[in-house]
Write a protein that binds this ligand. Structure first.
Ligand SMILES: [Zn+2]
Length: 455
């Protein structure tokens, strides 16, 4: 059988990347994520697939590909697909976001998962506090530039800049050609130079085919959007100009953003307070020599939520949470020193504000993508109601995890592959339009139909 690439997700959609590479009988999955809109016609906040039914509820709506020898015995127990020994040799993961890793939870734990060292630490933190899709799998760690082989395929992982640490793109040498896969990337984060490293490495290996993400392609936002540096500058201005509490909701695993808000507080007499989940992640990432993260207890404080009426009792907390209790900041403490804190509060923790009783005139920083659909608009309206209720001003401050359209096409031109396969985008046709000028061939992928890798 020739070298073959089949796309089972990330096709005409943002997220849900699931790419199967086959070479001389060896099969490797490149990412196995949950699509953002997966099953939105049937499932919503009220109706979810039953975990007790394994993959059954997802197969019902074609939300997982029918690949033999991929799924765990547990996932298949109530389906027509028969469990057999693993026929997929490895899963290679670009980064820990759920739209790339989420569906690994259904796969056979006998299949090893290759991921970056940082990703393995993030996995450990999630495993402590809830669960991780990588649980039960053997983890094989790689570092940037260190080649590894799975059968006849040689993988070269190269770091890229994205909104979670430990993100990689890959060059894959197969027996009948070479392909490159960008993963998710941007140039405007704290480590934009890492994406340039990927571009140069990919160019050197002369891939025939390039799979590139295009999240922001065709969205009409051109070059616009803030850089992480601009977020820092604006955050400094807001923090410095406020005489009351500042609070923000942002994705806690975006360590760049944690650093940005930590730096915005430096020298302002204000301390960043993060949730226990984020504190646990920061503690795990401490051992990563390449990352700089604020030290828990020294640089940042930890917020302690009350778990029952009355005081704080050790026995109410999970084991991993208990070590933060003595370094913790409670609602009462934030209430006493409102000018002294920048509080990271996830939206589901907004009722804590009822205990904190913020004085009017503070600032709320919405540090996430602005709503782009009806569901998001509803959530944003609720957030705005809370902010209005406590009499705070609402500030939008965010740098996207993805390169704008121009950045994507710069990467495409620089890598120089003869054929481009747009993935992780709702507008693959925008690539085709653009390619008329560059002479590059664009193959708009079809779910489940193999793509020729080419020489
Ligand atoms: Zn991502």
């Amino acid at each position: 059988m020739p070298s073959r690439l089949t796309l089972y997700g990330g096709v005409g959609e943002i997220g849900g990347n699931k790419f199967l590479l086959e070479d001389k009988g060896v099969r490797v999955l490149l990412d196995f994520g949950t699509g953002f809109a997966d099953g939105a016609e049937f499932f919503d906040g009220n109706i979810s697939p039953r975990t007790v039914n394994g993959a059954g509820d997802l197969f019902e709506f074609g939300l997982l590909p029918q690949i033999q020898g991929l799924y765990s015995e547990k996932a298949l127990q109530n389906t027509r697909m028969k469990y057999g020994s693993a026929e997929v040799d490895a899963i290679v993961l670009s980064h820990y976001h759920s739209d790339h890793a989420g569906r690994i939870a259904y796969t056979d734990p006998k299949i090893p998962v290759y991921c970056g060292e940082t990703t393995s630490l993030i996995h450990e933190a999630y495993s402590d506090s809830k669960s991780s899709p990588l649980d039960d799998h053997e983890i094989r760690r790689f570092r940037t530039g260190a080649r590894f082989r799975v059968g006849p395929m040689e993988f070269i992982p190269v770091h890229v800049d994205h909104s979670i640490p430990g993100t990689y793109g890959f060059v894959v040498h197969m027996s009948e050609g070479t392909m490159a896969y960008t993963g998710d990337f941007r140039f405007h984060g704290r480590a934009g130079a890492m994406t340039l490293d990927f571009v140069e490495a990919a160019r050197r290996e002369k891939p025939g085919t390039l799979l590139t993400e295009g999240t922001r392609v065709g969205q009409g936002d051109g070059k616009s959007g803030m850089s992480e540096k601009a977020v820092l500058e604006e955050a400094r201005r807001l923090v410095g100009g406020s005489e009351a509490l500042v609070f923000s909701s942002f994705r806690g695993n975006d360590v760049d953003r944690v650093n940005t808000f930590f730096e915005a507080c430096e020298g302002s007499g204000r301390r960043l307070v993060v949730s226990m989940r984020v504190a646990n992640l920061l503690e795990k990432l401490k051992v990563d020599r390449k990352l700089r993260v604020p030290r828990v207890g020294k640089d940042v404080d930890v917020y302690v939520k009350r778990k029952k009426t009355g005081g704080i009792d050790d026995s109410d907390y999970y084991k991993w949470e208990r070590r933060f209790l003595d370094r913790g900041v409670t609602a009462a403490e934030v209430r006493r020193r409102q000018r002294g804190y920048f509080l990271h509060l996830e939206t589901w923790d907004f009722p804590e504000l009822i205990d904190i009783k913020p004085r009017r005139g503070g600032t709320y920083i919405h540090s996430a993508t602005e709503a782009f659909n009806e569901e998001g608009e509803k959530e944003e309206a609720v957030v705005k109601n809370w902010v209005r209720h406590v009499g705070f001003r609402y500030a939008q401050l965010h740098a996207s995890g993805h390169a704008p359209e121009d950045g994507v096409f710069t990467l495409v031109d620089r890598v120089g592959a003869a054929k481009v396969v747009p993935i992780h985008t709702e507008h693959p046709e925008s690539f085709a339009l653009r390619s008329r000028r560059s002479g590059r061939k664009v193959e708009v992928p079809v779910k489940g139909r193999p793509v020729d890798i080419g020489a």
